[in-house]
Design a protein around this ligand. Structure first.
Ligand code: PLP
Length: 375
């Protein structure tokens, strides 16, 4: 066991790691850090941010290109994005809220539901930008450690919510979870919703929904139609490869969306609205990305197992590998070899998160992994 670092040194270590890898700091949304020159960036294997390295489909690019003629407008035809999303999920248009990425949905949940110092109940580690946003609002997160097999501890989340009932602004459930890739089953989601007071909102982040193949999992959108206090967050950043274009949305009952709408900035661009409508219908492309991602993920996990490294089973477009040594120097060694991998996720300080890239990028990852780990 390594001795724990003093907090300031730990944070500056994280900052250094983020700076050298050209990664966005986890603390908050920010402009991308100044990176290496464009050509260098283009040459790196980008396995750090759970993006979709194939890029948007031709149909999506064409739709966005056509929408550029609205670049000078505030009001314009937008392909009926909200109506299309409502139809896609079988909900009412008043139950849909679009945003500049699902990150904006997470942020406005904090702004809307943590007023008066209310708290989040959520797993740790999970998608920590949300917790950082809460900290910025002088709110706390009641963090529930993961179980030994890295699944989320639903009974502990229920207990924490009940014990702090009046202080809880909302419960956060990332499904599948980032950074582990592990899912929460349909039965467990129901157990959580049935186990906590029915007026506590539950934010269910389904950013990686499209990559799940396990029949024990299902979306939580039906709870919204059932009238439960559930907000489902979705993104076009992953399966649809539109991370740089910023589009996400929430599906939730009207009474939960009302306070959230008050904090929105209307920042979804005309261009990505058209891209989103096209991507939503591009089911063939989605199926191809899913298949390709799962195949490459499982191949990488097998390759690592063959050289003695354990990985965590994942249902997302990334996985974690246990390094048996501190992760920060390994992240830096990868960067020097032109491979960007995930940032540290304390307290999992000896685990590396690897996003699934193209076959070529995954081959580069494996070569670099062998070299770094045997050096
Ligand atoms: N939720 C989770 C679990 C994520 O991993 C991410 C991004 O990586 C987001 C939300 C935010 O995604 P975006 O704002 O690009 O939709």
């Amino acid at each position: 066991m390594r001795a724990p670092l003093p907090r300031r040194r730990f944070l500056s270590g994280l900052a250094a790691a983020a700076g050298t890898t050209g990664l966005r700091m986890p603390e908050a949304w920010a402009d991308p850090a100044p990176q290496q020159p464009q050509d260098d960036y283009d040459r790196t294997a980008k396995l750090a941010n759970n993006e979709n390295n194939y890029g948007p489909s031709d149909a999506v690019i064409q739709a966005m290109t056509r929408a550029f003629k609205y670049a000078n407008r505030y009001g314009y035809p937008d392909g009926n994005l909200v109506q299309e999303l409502a139809a896609h999920h079988g909900v009412k248009t008043e139950q849909v809220l679009t945003a500049a990425g699902s990150g904006e949905i997470l942020d406005v949940c904090c702004s809307a539901f943590l007023q008066g110092g209310k708290k989040i109940v959520g797993s740790d580690p999970s998608y920590s930008i949300l917790y950082s946003h809460a900290t910025g609002l002088k709110s706390e997160t009641i963090r529930i450690p993961l179980l030994a097999d890295y699944r989320q501890d639903i009974p502990a989340m229920i207990r924490a919510t009940r014990n702090h009932y009046r202080e809880v602004g909302f419960v956060y459930l990332c499904n599948p979870n980032n950074p582990t890739g592990r899912l929460v089953t349909t039965a467990e989601v129901r157990q959580l919703l049935d186990g906590i007071p029915s007026d506590v909102p539950v934010l269910i982040d389904e950013a990686y929904h499209h990559f799940v193949d396990d029949p024990s999992y299902s979306t939580s959108v039906p709870y919204v139609t059932e009238g439960r206090q559930v907000i489902v967050a979705r993104t076009f950043s992953k399966i649809a490869a539109l991370a740089g274009m910023r589009l996400g949305y929430a599906i939730a009952p009207r009474d939960l969306l009302a306070p959230m709408r008050a904090h929105m900035t209307g920042s979804v661009s005309a261009v990505v609205r058209w891209g989103g409508v096209t991507a939503l219908k591009d089911t063939e492309r989605q199926a191809w990305v899913k298949r390709q991602t799962i195949e490459l993920r499982e191949k990488a996990r097998r390759d690592l197992a063959a050289i003695g490294y354990e990985t965590i089973p994942s249902d997302a477009n990334f996985f974690m590998v246990h390094l048996k040594r501190p992760v920060v120097p390994v992240i830096d060694a990868f960067r020097k070899k032109g491979v960007l991998v995930g940032r540290p996720f304390p307290p999992m300080n000896e685990s590396l998160r690897v996003s699934i890239g193209t076959p070529d990028e995954m081959a580069r990852f494996l070569v670099a992994f062998r070299e770094i780990m045997t050096a």
